[in-house]
Write a protein that binds this ligand. Structure first.
Ligand code: CO
Length: 138
C-alpha cells in the first residue's frame, strides 16, 4: 500500500431493505452468512445488520421511519444498493483530499457511525452516482 493511498479496503456494501428481519432471514438462508452485529443508529434513522464476508461486510439497512434518509431512499428507488463504504486511515485526511479534488461532501466533518467507527458520506454526484462512505476504525 502506497503512503499516498486514501482508501485501504472495502469496509462494507450498504443495502437498503424494506423489512430488515425478513431480509436477514433471507440472506442467512440464501447466502449462508450469519449476522455478526446489529445496531440502531438513531441520528441516522437506521437499524443496521452486518454479515462478514472475508475482510468486508454486507450491511443491511432498515429505515426507522419514512422520514429518514433510508426511508426516503426506499420510497424513491426501492430496495437495493445504497452505498459503498471504504476504510481509510484518517477521515480528515481523506476529506481534505476529496475537498481539494472538488468532490462535494455530505459530511464536512466526521461523525459517529456504528461499531464505534468514525464515518463521513461523500455526495454521489461527485463520484459517478455512487454514495460513498468513509470509515475509520475505532
Ligand atoms: Co454504511
Amino acid at each position: 500500500m502506497g503512503a499516498d493511498e486514501v482508501l485501504l479496503d472495502v469496509d462494507h456494501i450498504g443495502i437498503a431493505v424494506s423489512a430488515l428481519t425478513t431480509a436477514v432471514a433471507e440472506y442467512r438462508a440464501a447466502l449462508r452468512v450469519e449476522p455478526v452485529h446489529r445496531e440502531v443508529v438513531q441520528d441516522q434513522g437506521v437499524e443496521e445488520v452486518f454479515f462478514r464476508t472475508g475482510s468486508s461486510f454486507i450491511q443491511l439497512l432498515g429505515a426507522l421511519g419514512p422520514d429518514t434518509p433510508v426511508g426516503r431512499f426506499l420510497a424513491r428507488r426501492g430496495e437495493g444498493l445504497h452505498h459503498v463504504a471504504y476504510r481509510v486511515r484518517s477521515i480528515e485526511e481523506a476529506l481534505d483530499r476529496l475537498r481539494a479534488a472538488g468532490v462535494p461532501l455530505i459530511d464536512e466533518a466526521p461523525r459517529s457511525g456504528s461499531r464505534g467507527t468514525r464515518i463521513a458520506f461523500v455526495h454521489p454526484k461527485g463520484l459517478h452516482g455512487v454514495l460513498i462512505e468513509l470509515v475509520q476504525a475505532p
